[in-house]
Ligand binder design. Structure first.
Ligand SMILES: CC(C)(COP(=O)(O)OP(=O)(O)OC[C@H]1O[C@@H](n2cnc3c(N)ncnc32)[C@H](O)[C@@H]1OP(=O)(O)O)[C@@H](O)C(=O)NCCC(=O)NCCS
Length: 156
């Protein structure tokens, strides 16, 4: 399987909307929009992402749109984020996509946040060199409660 990153096309957004409304993925990511099924809110959020994120990429696996990955935030505080279609989990897509993103973005440090029980995402981050830094608490919309959140850092 060949994983590639490319610029986001408008036609990817309905695919992201479907991928980012999977109940299991939402529960795992935990820190999600209040109503992920609200298409207008999704479109408004993506308009903001496209105009303000540092780097935003569509993840392709063998040519299929299987997710997205981004670096956002101000210099010195930049964070990575990613989302993979559940049908493709466990095949190394997120790891390959994050490696590709890290090769494109030379700035360090880079930060990441994950629900403390999001073992898949923590594994992806640690395989790519991120190390656990701070444990915080935050309100997780997808769980309807405050949960532990880990901040990880990738040093230069
Ligand atoms: C987290 C996510 C991006 C992982 O995508 P993926 O393509 O399946 O990731 P990869 O296949 O590259 O790697 C996953 C790793 O986590 C491991 N893993 C997955 N679930 C796990 C679990 N419950 N416990 C322990 N390890 C787990 C896999 O075994 C794999 O590690 P390995 O290569 O050592 O075997 C994907 O599940 C997703 O999009 N989830 C919903 C959105 C989300 O949580 N985004 C991140 C927000 S911080």
């Amino acid at each position: 399987m060949r994983v590639m990153l490319r610029e986001v096309h408008d036609s990817d957004l309905p695919v992201f909307f479907r991928q980012m409304n999977d109940p299991e993925a939402l529960r795992m990511a935990a820190f999600t929009p209040a109503d992920p099924a609200d298409r207008d809110a999704f479109d408004a959020q993506w308009a903001r992402i496209m105009s303000s994120a540092f780097v935003v990429r569509t993840i392709l696996a063998d040519g299929d749109v299987v997710g997205n990955a981004a670096v956002y935030g101000e210099p010195g505080e930049r964070e990575v984020t990613y989302w993979v279609d559940r049908a493709w989990w466990g095949r190394g897509v997120a790891t390959a996509a994050l490696r590709g993103l890290l090769a494109e973005v030379a700035e360090r440090p880079l930060y990441a946040r994950a629900a403390a029980d999001n073992a898949g995402s923590l594994r992806v981050l640690e395989k790519c060199g991120f190390r656990r830094s701070v444990l915080a608490r935050g309100f997780a919309q997808a769980r309807g409660e405050e949960i532990d959140e880990l901040v990880l850092v990738l040093q230069g």
